[in-house]
Design a protein around this ligand. Structure first.
Ligand code: WT7
Length: 696
């Protein structure tokens, strides 16, 4: 709950506890399926002999990882990556929870993703098949991509960017997004990619938090059949007052910021304002750039990127990842979970580079492994609802990695759409971002995978950097709806509130009990929040924020978040962040936001607001207008993904005697269920009042 008088979050560890119980006692997954029904899912899919015959990962991998885990990762790292200076140490956990991996080794992340494949004779292999939304396309071989990144690296250097400097990237899904990220990595700088759907305000907060020196953007990109402008949002962001964070300039004067240049890719051809003091065209700079650039080695723990994600407070967390350990696990998981055969496979992850999936499974994992991949700029239904399937047919995609929300949307449209395309090139499907319900799983396999492809349901987070729980497709007998087993080399457990592992057939909280190579190294500028958020619940062990259940075989079923974090279409949103956006509107006195289960998006944002007393008189007739206005307000302030599905104007909010909002009751209302136990409410009549105002 957030109110005018108290705009900070009211979530304390004690509050989270209450919600923890709420979530697990109902045993409901975010998609609204009852977990007890799920656990009766009996369909099983063993790997076919044909798949097994060429599988990259075999049973033996678990055996090899079963002893000394850091030593296992050390072996993997040496096999998968090129180290300029080989490391002699694996894990340093002398200052938990601040891990160091391979810390006396040096490497260059971009060299690993580019030059070494060219040196190995694979320069002519296609790295990237890019498909623009309007139907234009571009391809890059590894040699060509390397050449572009070298030029871009020289441009960055000429703009004064060096090791450790932060570069904000605010681009559509175009090749320049990958080229920018790799160029930043190549010179040892740190990228902070901000999803193009985020607002100017959100972009500015991220620029300030990281004190970014440079912004790389585009005039605009194609989305939903038209050009969606980006450069104007950068201009607006830089004109805003600063957010005065600990790590920013500390100066809140409008127009004062840390950015010294804005590099602009021409993509949308939409008109843009030009500030000659800051703005530079990407194509001009690259055309004049020196094509030679030799990659220098950097320490394994050199920061690689910051990526912001929502937590339980209103302020997004800058999750920090470093180089050697991250790239090791990115490459390892991409190869073994997706069964990658780089000479023959065509891989496609539909994620945007604005999310962690786009970092690890569009940029770093696939390119470190020398894969050939497809990337697509636009939306799945433009210009027609078969666009994804058309792309798979065109490029003969063999591995597809997508989100359950997309699968459920296609399911609703009907199988006649994918059936019109040749999808026989597909041999493996992946799922990520939220639990995939068994019906969607089986549809995905039958209709998209021709009834034969394995599906890997991969659990992980922005913080984990890479996949943590997943089947191995040549080994595991698949169970629709369950992410199943920790990957080799990881210690993942389900614990009760006291920190004891739960027995089979019961639920608890998901933790990672030992450090792993691609783990976050902290929250940018806020080490205390890092320890508090992840390592205070169970000291020494990483608390993921998810509830989970072990079935009778010991397989893991994810039950969704146990904190005030929602999962909408596989994207993480904070209730507190949306609440503070709502109360920043002049008409709103108090707001409470819940994630209500939604058939397509998993969860949807539902808001309950109390409007300011002085203005209540003229309310009745304009409730619809105001609630529409508030939805737009949130979308403008945070980004379209945060726009509430519904905003209910209510007279009261349900609170306990200590003033804590009982979200569980609001969730009951939002999901149209009978209201649960109200005995702990300060005023037990309040739910009748609220139901009354919603019905009105
Ligand atoms: C949260 C992390 C990992 C990339 C995309 C999201 C949920 C993620 C699964 C899955 C059930 C999943 C969890 C997690 N989640 N994958 N396979 N099954 N839940 O990254 O934004 O950092 O969100 O997404 O709740 O905590 P993210």
């Amino acid at each position: 709950m957030t109110s005018k008088t108290s705009t900070s979050t009211s979530t304390t560890p004690a509050d989270t506890q209450t919600d923890t119980h709420d979530t697990r006692d109902t045993h409901t997954t975010p998609a609204g399926t009852n977990i007890d029904n799920l656990l009766h899912e009996t369909r099983r899919f063993a790997p076919s002999d044909e798949f097994r015959a060429t599988a990259v990962a075999t049973e033996e991998l678990y055996e090899r990882a079963s002893g000394d885990r850091p030593a296992f990762w050390g072996e993997q790292s040496k096999t998968l990556l090129h180290w300029h200076t080989p490391f002699t140490r694996t894990l340093d956990w002398s200052n938990p929870p601040f891990a160091k991996w391979f810390d006396d080794g040096t490497l260059n992340v971009a060299y690993n993703c580019l030059d070494r494949h060219v040196k190995a004779g694979n320069g002519d292999r296609i790295a990237l098949n890019w498909e623009g939304e309007p139907g234009d396309s571009r391809s890059f071989t590894y040699s060509e991509l390397t050449a572009e990144v070298k030029k871009a690296a020289n441009v960055l250097i000429s703009l004064g960017i060096g090791q450790g400097d932060r570069v904000a990237i605010y681009l559509p899904m175009i090749p320049e997004a990958l080229i920018s990220m790799l160029a930043v990595a190549r010179i040892g700088a740190v990228h902070s990619v901000v999803f193009g759907g985020f607002s100017a305000e959100s972009l500015r907060a991220r620029i300030d938090d990281a004190s970014a020196k440079l912004v790389i953007t585009a005039d605009g990109g194609w989305r939903k059949g038209k050009v969606s402008p980006l450069k104007p949002a950068v201009d607006a962001a830089l004109a805003l007052p600063g957010t005065n964070t600990a790590t920013g300039t500390g100066d809140t004067t409008p127009g004062t910021h840390t950015v010294t240049n804005v590099l602009v890719v021409k993509r949308g051809n939409n008109p843009v304002d030009w500030n000659p003091d800051l703005d530079l065209w990407w194509h001009d700079e690259l055309a004049n750039a020196n094509p030679e650039h030799e990659a220098q080695p950097f320490p394994a723990e050199n920061p690689l990127f910051i990526l912001y994600t929502s937590g339980t407070t209103g302020k997004p967390k800058g999750i920090l990842h470093t180089s050697g350990g991250y790239l090791t696990q990115a490459a390892f998981t991409h190869k073994n979970v997706f069964d990658l055969h780089p000479e023959t496979d065509v891989y496609w992850s539909t994620a945007d580079v604005g999310w962690i999936t786009g970092h690890t499974y569009v940029v770093y994992g696939p390119l470190a492994n020398g894969a050939t991949q497809v990337i697509y700029e636009g939306t799945p239904d433009v210009p027609h609802p078969g666009r994804w399937w058309e792309i798979i047919e065109k490029y003969k995609v063999s591995i597809l990695y997508a989100a359950p929300t997309a699968i459920r949307t296609f399911m609703k449209l009907g199988r006649q759409i994918p059936d019109a395309f040749d999808l026989t090139s597909l041999r493996l499907l992946g799922s990520v971002g939220e639990p995939i319900n068994p019906e969607a799983w089986v549809w995905y396999r039958d209709v998209i995978g021709g009834g034969t492809t394995p599906i890997v349901d991969t659990w992980w987070q922005t913080e984990t950097g890479a996949i943590m729980i997943s089947a191995l497709p040549g080994v595991t007998t698949l169970k629709p709806g369950s992410a199943q087993v920790p990957l080799p080399g990881l210690d993942i457990q389900v614990l009760d509130d006291q920190g004891n592992p739960v027995p089979k057939n019961s639920g608890g909280l998901l933790v990672v009990a030992e450090p792993w190579p691609s783990m976050l190294r902290g929250i940018w500028g806020d080490p205390d929040r890092f320890v508090e958020t992840y390592y205070s619940q169970f000291p020494g062990r990483y608390f993921a924020g998810d509830g989970a259940r072990l079935d009778r075989d010991g397989d893991i079923w994810l039950l969704g978040r146990v904190d005030d974090v929602m999962n909408v279409s596989g994207h993480r949103l904070s209730t507190a962040e949306i609440e503070s956006s709502l109360v920043s509107h002049p008409r709103v006195a108090e707001a409470a936001v819940v994630g209500a289960s939604d058939e397509t998006t998993g969860q949807a944002v539902v808001a309950f607001v109390i409007v300011r007393a002085s203005q209540e008189g003229d309310l009745v007739q304009e409730i619809d207008v105001l609630s529409a206005e508030l939805r737009v307000h949130v979308a403008t302030q945070i980004g379209a993904i945060a726009r509430p599905r519904q905003v209910f104007i209510v007279a009261e909010l349900p609170k306990t005697r200590s003033g804590k909002i009982m979200r569980r009751l609001l969730r009951d209302l939002a999901e149209g269920r009978e209201i649960g136990d109200t005995t702990t409410l300060a005023d037990t009549q309040v739910m009748n009042i609220i139901s009354g105002s919603i019905a009105r």
